[in-house]
Design a binder for this molecule. Structure first.
Ligand code: MSP
Length: 523
């Protein structure tokens, strides 16, 4: 079997600004990281999944002021919004890093000191235009009609002495690295965007903020009158989180990351600032940075200020956590934008989960109950064309899922498995076990049919378990098996014939009862 991914899998999400309220965009990235982690573990790869919160900088300080709290107390009061939501959405990370964690702060200072001593950082007067919400300096030519080119909001003019990282000196090296490693930036449109950006030249990066203007940050180790620019601090979370284990060699050495998942609005910081910082600090680069598109609401980006935020928990409560996860994974193609619609979610739920998967399971378990007293009899040497065909589909699917996941095509991976489910339904229609049950002579064929269908659904359950962990555990339980019982490695989990002879198939409640559209969405 071919698994195209690296031997170990270290995946990260962006660390979210702690003052925001998590919406479907944040939930999407974090669920995606969780799903990819679970797939890699299923394939037998050790995996590490990092997420967390970005807690320094002017925006947070201002939000804390507005709330009438100290910045750390404010962050402490907000971080639970993320942790609780991730818990409710079935997300199991290995570490939740906060940039106010002591080990992170110490690590950032260590890197700053190292770069300072290596002459990679210098001090110089600075004049520029500053966007407060984005915390970014722009040059005059960057501005669009006098406003921030990224968010369109007004900028303010600032002049002060600051510290700079010699980012510009890495321009050619970075262009070469991106060109020599076509997988480094995904998808290719983002790669071209970064190369286009680099072609215009690359300035040095201002990495300090005077404390007189901003106090809430990590003090520069070599000048305590300054704090660290929030992006310089935040990006380092990806290494600091695993720094304790980042010694040379050994199983515990997680850095470099195999995959940084980011949104398309933070490509420059991740694909330009971050690799140059690592290079200067003599650290290896992440293997891949994948930028996804936005979840839009009526063609607009979701944001607190537009008041069009889709709340993940409401949807998960209404339709179930796993159905929500399934919808996000199935309906988003990594890299593209996608309009969110609850109507689409309900349609997807009813067609794939209620009709195809849920129905197949309840048909099979009910027939085993009705015709075989709840016990599965493996067929006696019977292997005709329809059964052979089902096995073929099963083999194809278990081989293509790792390929699709390695290529970051989760939607395709899910599709492949659903094809197995649909093939199972077609197989049942063609064998008509309800007719076979009427004829005692056909007992062996009935056994073969029920076994083949149950085994296909078991495999579908295994292969969908990273996307819908709780529901697929339930599916397997209805077939009388657990993931653990099916064997340790991917080969044995996905081998044909795991369901035991004479095994009991307890069945149970409908896995995905049909969903109704809320009244206000019905037309
Ligand atoms: N704190 C920085 C990231 C630092 S990483 C070292 C940040 N935080 S954020 O909370 O504003 O955004 C986090 C992520 O959410 C970004 O990847 C952004 O693209 C993503 N999304 C914000 N709105 C989104 C949608 N509407 N849809 C999908 N993702 C979106 O940036």
């Amino acid at each position: 079997m071919k698994i195209t991914t690296a031997d170990r899998f270290y995946v990260t999400t962006p660390i979210y600004y702690v003052n925001g309220i998590p919406h479907i965009g944040h939930a999407y990235t974090t669920i995606l990281a969780d799903v990819l982690t679970r797939y890699h573990r299923l394939f037998g790869k050790p995996a590490y999944f990092l997420t967390g919160t970005d807690e320094h900088g002017l925006k947070i300080q201002q939000a804390a002021d507005t709330a009438g709290m100290g910045p750390k107390a404010y962050c402490d009061s907000m971080v639970g919004n993320f942790m609780e939501l991730w818990e409710r959405l079935g997300i199991r990370y290995d570490r939740f890093i906060r940039t106010t964690d002591d080990d992170h702060i110490a690590y950032v200072q260590e890197i700053l000191q190292r770069l300072w001593e290596a002459g990679e950082i210098y001090s110089s007067p600075y004049q520029g235009w500053y966007c407060i919400p984005d915390e970014r300096f722009w040059t005059e030519k960057d501005l669009v009609e006098g406003n921030c080119p990224e968010c369109g909001r007004p900028v303010i003019e600032l002049e002060e002495e600051n510290y700079f990282f010699k980012m510009g000196s890495y321009r050619e090296w970075l262009v070469e690295h991106i060109e020599a490693n076509p997988d480094f930036i995904f998808p290719v449109t983002r790669k071209n965007e970064v190369l286009g950006f680099l072609r215009q030249g690359l300035a040095d990066l201002c990495i300090s903020r005077p404390k007189s203007r901003l106090e809430w940050g990590i003090p520069l180790p070599f000048d305590s009158k300054y704090v660290t620019y929030v992006w310089f601090d935040a990006l380092l979370n990806y290494v600091s989180a695993v720094a304790e284990t980042a010694g040379p060699g050994g199983e515990e050495n997680w850095w470099p990351a195999d995959l940084h998942l980011i949104g398309k609005d933070i490509v420059t910081t991740h694909c330009v600032y971050w690799p140059t910082m690592l290079k200067a600090a003599d650290l290896p680069l992440p293997k891949r940075i994948a930028a996804h598109g936005w979840w839009l609401v009526e063609e607009e980006k979701m944001s607190k200020s537009r008041g069009n935020v889709v709340r993940p928990l409401d949807l998960a409560q209404q339709y179930g956590v796993d159905a929500f996860r399934y919808f996000l994974m199935k309906d988003m193609t990594l890299g593209q934008d996608r309009s969110f619609s609850e109507v689409d979610l309900v349609r997807r739920y009813n067609s794939d989960l209620a009709n195809d998967l849920g129905n197949a399971l309840s048909r099979v378990t009910k027939m085993v109950q009705r015709y075989r007293g709840g016990l599965l009899n493996p067929p006696d040497g019977l292997d005709e064309a329809p059964e052979a065909e089902m096995k073929e589909v099963a083999t194809r699917v278990k081989e293509s899922v790792p390929d699709a996941i390695g290529a970051l095509e989760v939607s395709r991976a899910v599709d492949e498995v659903m094809e197995l489910v649909r093939a199972t339904n077609r197989y049942l229609e063609s064998r008509e076990p309800w007719q076979l049950a009427k004829d005692e002579q056909k007992g062996n064929l009935l056994d073969a049919t029920l076994y083949t269908a149950a085994e296909s659904l078991r495999l579908a359950g295994v292969l969908l378990s990273p996307v819908m962990p709780a529901k697929m555990t339930e599916l397997l339980a209805q077939l009388g098996i657990t993931l653990e019982e099916a064997g340790g490695d991917y080969e044995s989990l996905t081998a044909w014939g795991v369901l035991a002879a004479g095994g009991s198939v307890p069945g149970g409640d409908s896995l995905f009862p049909r969903a109704e559209l809320p009244e206000d969405l019905q037309d």
